[in-house]
Design a protein. Structure first.
Length: 301
C-alpha cells in the first residue's frame, strides 16, 4: 500500500485482508458489474441494484458472463452455480439492508450520485460502510450530503475491473482512519493493490491519465500522427500496456469528456477538452460501447 508524503495522520492500522460477507453494488453497468464480480469471486454475497427489472436482469448476466470468462481462463475455480447462488439483483435500495458495504457505481454526475448515496445510506445499518466508485468527483463533497460521512470513502476501480490490479482509496475530509484501513484490506482481499490518495480533483490516476489522453487527442486534432501511431509511441516507447486513445475508447469518450470538464473547472485551462473530443461525443462516437471512437470496434466481442 502506498501513502502520499505528509499523510501520516491517515495511516491505517493493519487489518485482516477479507471482504465483508454481504456487499451491495448500486449500478450494474460495465463498471458496476465488474465491481460485483470482484467481490463475488472474493467470497462475498453480492446484491446489485438497478433502475428496473430489465436492467437488473442484464446486470446479472453481465456479472455471470465475467464469471464464465474467469472460469474458462482458469482465473477462478469451482462451479458456476456456486457464484450464481451468491449473486442477487434488485430494483430498490432496500435490498441493501443487510449489507456491510455498498459501492455506488452510477454515472459521473454530482446530483445523481448525491441522490443515490442518500437513498442508499437511508437503508443501511449504522455500522455499515459506503463507498463511491467516482473517478474524479470530490469525496468530501459527495460525503457532505450524508448523515455519517465518516463511514464514506472513495474506491476507484479501473476498467476492466477483472484484470485491473489497482484501486485508488480516496480519503475525504471526514473519512475515518478505521475505514481507510479496512478499505485497504478489502482491496488486498480482491487481489489488487491499494494506493491512498487525499481528496483532490481527479485524484492521482484520472488527473494523470486524462492529461495524457487530452494531449493525445490534440495531436490527432492537429494531424501530428494517427491514433494508432500515437498509441504505439506510448506502448512501445513508454511501456504503457494500452495507448491513451484506445484507453479513451474503452473508458468512453463521453466519460472522458465529463471528467475533463470537471478538471477544467477545478484545475484550469490545461484540462480544457479539445474540440475534437466534443465533436466525437456530439455525434455519438463514444468508443467501444458505440462501436466507433478513435478506433473501429464494430467487430469487437
Amino acid at each position: 500500500m502506498t501513502l502520499a508524503p505528509g499523510s501520516t495522520d491517515h495511516q491505517p492500522a493493519p487489518v485482516p485482508t477479507t471482504v465483508p460477507t454481504q456487499v451491495g453494488v448500486l449500478g450494474g453497468g460495465r463498471m458496476g458489474a465488474g465491481i460485483a464480480h470482484a467481490f463475488l469471486v472474493a467470497g462475498a454475497h453480492v446484491t446489485v441494484v438497478e433502475r428496473d427489472a430489465d436492467a437488473a436482469a442484464a446486470a446479472r448476466e453481465r456479472v455471470l458472463g465475467a464469471v464464465d470468462t474467469a472460469l474458462r481462463l482458469g482465473a477462478i475455480q469451482g462451479e458456476r452455480s456456486c457464484y450464481a447462488d451468491r449473486l442477487s439483483v434488485a430494483t430498490d435500495a432496500s435490498a441493501f439492508a443487510g449489507a456491510g458495504l455498498v459501492v455506488e457505481a452510477v454515472p459521473e454526475v454530482v446530483a445523481l450520485k448525491t441522490e443515490a448515496l442518500r437513498s442508499v445510506e437511508a437503508q443501511l445499518a449504522p455500522d455499515a460502510w459506503l463507498a463511491s466508485n467516482t473517478s474524479s468527483l470530490s469525496i468530501t463533497e459527495l460525503g457532505g450530503v450524508l448523515e455519517r460521512p465518516d463511514r464514506f470513502i472513495g474506491l476507484h476501480f479501473f476498467n476492466p475491473v477483472p484484470v485491473s490490479t489497482l484501486i485508488e482509496v480516496v480519503m475525504g475530509e471526514a473519512t475515518s482512519p478505521e475505514l481507510v484501513g479496512l478499505a485497504a484490506g478489502w482491496v488486498s482481499a480482491l487481489g489488487k493493490t491499494p494506493i491512498l490518495v487525499r481528496d483532490s480533483p481527479g485524484f492521482a490516476s484520472s488527473r494523470l491519465g486524462v492529461a495524457i489522453a487530452l494531449e493525445a487527442i490534440r495531436m490527432v486534432e492537429e494531424g501530428v500522427a494517427s491514433p494508432a501511431d500515437i498509441d504505439a509511441a506510448m506502448v512501445l516507447g513508454y511501456k504503457h500496456p494500452v495507448g491513451p486513445l484506445r484507453t479513451t475508447d474503452l473508458v468512453g469518450l463521453d466519460v472522458r469528456l465529463g471528467i475533463a470538464e470537471h478538471l477544467h473547472s477545478t484545475l484550469g485551462e490545461r484540462f480544457a477538452p479539445p474540440q475534437l473530443l466534443r465533436d466525437l461525443v456530439a455525434r455519438g462516437d463514444l468508443g467501444r460501447k458505440s462501436g466507433q471512437g478513435f478506433f473501429d470496434w464494430k467487430d469487437a466481442s
